[in-house]
Design a protein around this ligand. Sequence first.
Ligand code: IPE
Ligand code: IPE
Ligand code: MG
Length: 235
Amino acid sequence: MKVPNHIAIILDGNGRWAKAKGMPRGYGHIKGCANLESICDDIKDLGVKYLTVYAFSTENWKRSREEVDGLMKLFRSYLKKCMKSAEKNKMRVKVIGDISAFDDDIQDKIKKLEDFSKDYNELFFQIALNYGSRDEILRGVRRLAHDAAEGRLDPDKIDEGVFENYLDTAGIPDPDLMIRTSGELRLSNFLLWQLAYTEFYFTDVPWPDFHKPELLKAIEKYNERDRRYGGVKEE
Ligand code: IPE
Ligand code: IPE
Ligand code: MG
């Protein structure tokens, strides 16, 4: 079985999973977070090089104060624990998204984790926090426009490669497989540029129940796909 080089996952369904158990949404986030740790290990064991997960969107601030506060608390403990996981899996961790919206201590924890793991290269793990693809593109375009206005960039030389350097994912290859758990069939503002030729896999399984056998199913389905990139395969 061919393993994708880069898997991107929209971690969805924590709230519904908890509700079905008569528990508060926050319980679903705690279990979802624990599952992220084990999926990371599985991804590493399978030999996947890049993993990108969507954990908090630019739109998720619209949730109740209680839920957002609970998520921030969870990020604090997760970012700390992630150091051990980075060391164990020799993984480089990078947060994508606009982290300036987070409290200073969370921003510090992100920077510490990124710095601590910067020389690892067995797994490249991107966590999307306060991430929205439109926001990412606009932040990139603003920087690009400044560079052009100040003479550092020739507008006629802007091609896909140049533009990609202004995205949060600069230097990271596009995902080969995008998985969304819990039944929703949409992207919810995730990696709109980067997913142009990615294979999609949707499952009804909610994120806290998405364990290694489910991951293997997704990879099996990926292996059945006929990737063409707009070309035609020789018979
Ligand atoms: C995904 O689960 C986690 C975050 C978006 C933070 P949800 O919280 O979206 O769970 P559902 O979709 O409401 O079940
Ligand atoms: C997308 O899930 C964002 C994350 C998983 C972090 P949402 O649950 O927020 O998306 P919608 O609201 O169902 O589109
Ligand atoms: Mg959701």
